[in-house]
Design a protein around this ligand. Structure first.
Ligand code: FNR
Length: 184
């Protein structure tokens, strides 16, 4: 079983990113298990936490969870043309100490979304920049920028537009192919 951790870059209760991620989680084939990993209670990263005797419990728990995971799907909005601080904080918390980074070598894929027309391009590429430095093979194509995201979701948070579902399935299939390539 390949475990895919899903990290959502928004803590908002009615988050479009979270709802999109829930739709995408349904598209993985047999042999793949998805798990939403909470990043909302990770303290702001402070390099003093690099010291193994000084690691806050929430960070230890997050690192432990991420160590059990084989690959990561990020679904995020854009905040001021970059990624929300809560997501960057999770990336930073998992990256230390450097020799024990939870990210190293794990395949990743990014979906950015925006209820407006911009589609989170800035967030998508800022995140990509960090993941390259963390030695994560990041899915190149197809790129997933979802614009007008609110309109994609019905009142139950379901995406019903056929074209969008087909695109997201294509995206997941390409991510699965990437994960297969990097399997030990
Ligand atoms: C935003 N929003 C936003 N949208 C965008 O397309 N580009 C941007 O740079 C920003 N910047 C931004 C900054 C901050 C601080 C907030 C709170 C919001 C709007 C954002 O895309 C919108 O609120 C989404 O609904 C957030 O995603 P979730 O919470 O629905 O997943």
């Amino acid at each position: 079983m390949t475990k895919v951790g899903i990290l959502v870059g928004s803590l908002r209760k009615e988050s479009f990113s979270k709802k999109i991620a829930e739709n995408v989680a349904e598209l993985f084939p047999e042999g793949y298990e998805t798990e939403f990993v909470n990043i909302g209670d990770i303290p702001l990263y402070n390099q003093d936490f690099d010291d193994e005797n000084n690691v806050p419990e929430e960070i230890a728990t997050f690192r432990y969870k991420m160590k059990q995971i084989d690959a990561v799907l990020f679904v995020t909005p854009e905040y001021n043309r970059s990624i929300p601080a809560v997501l960057k904080n999770a990336v930073d918390a998992g990256s230390r100490p450097k020799s024990e980074s939870v990210w190293n070598g794990k395949p990743a894929a990014i979906i950015s979304q925006s209820p407006g027309n911009l589609s989170g391009f800035g967030a998508n590429h800022h995140l990509r920049q960090s993941l390259v430095s963390l030695n994560m093979p990041v899915l190149q194509q197809p790129e997933a920028y979802l614009a007008n995201s609110a309109a994609l979701l019905d009142e139950n948070g379901i995406i019903s537009n056929e074209g969008t579902i087909q695109f997201l399935q294509l995206f997941v299939d390409a991510f699965v192919a990437l994960m297969e390539k990097y399997k030990g």
